[in-house]
Ligand binder design. Structure first.
Ligand code: ZN
Length: 118
């Protein structure tokens, strides 16, 4: 992989990171103590009726699921960026072979080649 390629993927990863962080802010609130995110409780205006409470619980659960997915995604991006820095980016973690450019362009944070993708 050329330095230009690395730069391109670093850029792709940064863009992806910005998107994920923005999505995270929509479903989660920042926890100032840890710097992490907490699922955002749904808030409703007006009188709270029983079915509102039920709906609120469902929304909070959904937010939690999305939040975990996004966090997982963000971690993968940050790991990939770390690899760009230390020069191990684009190498499959299972077999050590280069991951194809097509695959990296589609999934820049992927740590595995197509054969070892889950
Ligand atoms: Zn592999």
């Amino acid at each position: 992989m050329t330095p230009q390629d690395l730069q391109k993927f670093d850029h792709l990863l940064s863009e992806e990171e910005a998107l994920v962080r923005k999505d995270l802010e929509e479903v989660a609130v920042k926890d100032p103590a840890s710097g992490g995110f907490q699922p955002k409780p749904a808030d409703y205006e007006g009188d709270v009726r029983e079915d509102d409470i039920a709906r609120e619980a469902t929304t909070t659960e959904t937010n939690t699921a999305i939040e975990q997915e996004l966090k997982h995604h963000l971690e993968a991006i940050l790991e990939a960026k770390e690899k760009v820095k230390n020069g191990t980016y684009g190498v499959c973690e299972k077999c050590g072979e280069d991951i194809s450019m097509e695959r990296l362009t589609e999934l820049p944070m992927s740590p595995f080649c197509i054969k070892h993708a889950e």
